[in-house]
Design a protein around this ligand. Structure first.
Ligand code: GLN
Length: 229
């Protein structure tokens, strides 16, 4: 699996992401600067987490207008894969690759802790290594992870199986307490209509090897390796 990680000013998770991609796929990803206008020939483009442009205006809003973004759009338009994690989810949503918006956490506080996710759809290129209903541990660290979209969009996302993961407790129950940011329907990650773009707030790249204390996040990368080869 050939991959690229896009780097914006203020991003701080690009090395974690590159390490996870290399650990699971065995192939070192290309690091691509936001000011470039072309992507290398890769199967997967990852927009990682961090604080692009200091989160000014809205998280991800400025990065979404970077010179590299038309190439990311074109890559997705060709049916190739795009993964946006945390700030990356915010950036690709601001760029119009995914519907809806990430608002400030309901608590109005930055939340940095471990949460649990329930995999809602294991029939996707990003989640095929999990089983539907599986509960996985994952860290979150964000101030604007409160997913929102209008009622019609939510109905479509839910109806088309595009809500890929939801916040839940250790028993797999979705509760307000288990949800770190107040997202509508406790949504943690969504797919685009073609199924080749995933945005998620949690950080699976930080749980891929035993030294990190947990390997529950590996499945997202293993799924992509399986889907892409
Ligand atoms: N870890 C992250 O990517 C954080 C995203 C963004 N800076 C926020 O606070 O919401």
């Amino acid at each position: 699996m050939k991959s690229a990680v896009v780097v914006f000013p203020g991003i701080n998770r690009e090395r974690d992401m590159a390490h996870a991609l290399e650990t699971v796929s065995g192939v070192k990803p290309h690091m691509v600067w936001h000011g470039d206008t072309e992507l290398p020939d890769v199967d997967l483009v990852v927009v990682p987490g961090g604080f692009s442009y200091g989160d000014y205006l809205r998280c991800g809003a400025i990065a979404a207008r970077s010179p590299i973004m038309p190439a990311v759009h074109a890559h997705a338009g060709q049916g190739r894969y795009v993964l946006g994690v945390c700030n990356g989810f915010q950036i690709i949503t601001e760029a119009g690759l995914l519907p809806g918006a990430l608002m400030r956490n309901a608590s109005l506080k930055f939340v940095c802790k471990e949460v649990r996710l329930r995999i809602e759809n294991a029939d996707t290129a990003f989640t095929g290594a999990y089983t539907a209903g599986q509960v996985v541990r994952t860290p979150v660290a964000h101030g604007e992870g409160n997913y929102f979209a209008d009622a019609e969009t939510i109905k479509r996302l839910e109806g088309e199986g595009r809500v890929v993961a939801r916040y839940c407790d250790e028993n797999g129950e979705t509760t307000a307490v288990a949800d770190p940011n107040g997202s509508i329907n406790h949504i943690a990650g969504i797919l685009n209509d073609k199924g080749n773009v995933l945005g998620m707030m949690p950080h699976p790249e930080n749980y891929v090897e035993p030294i990190q204390g947990c390997t529950d996040g590996r499945g997202f990368f293993e799924s992509l390796v399986r889907a892409i080869g």
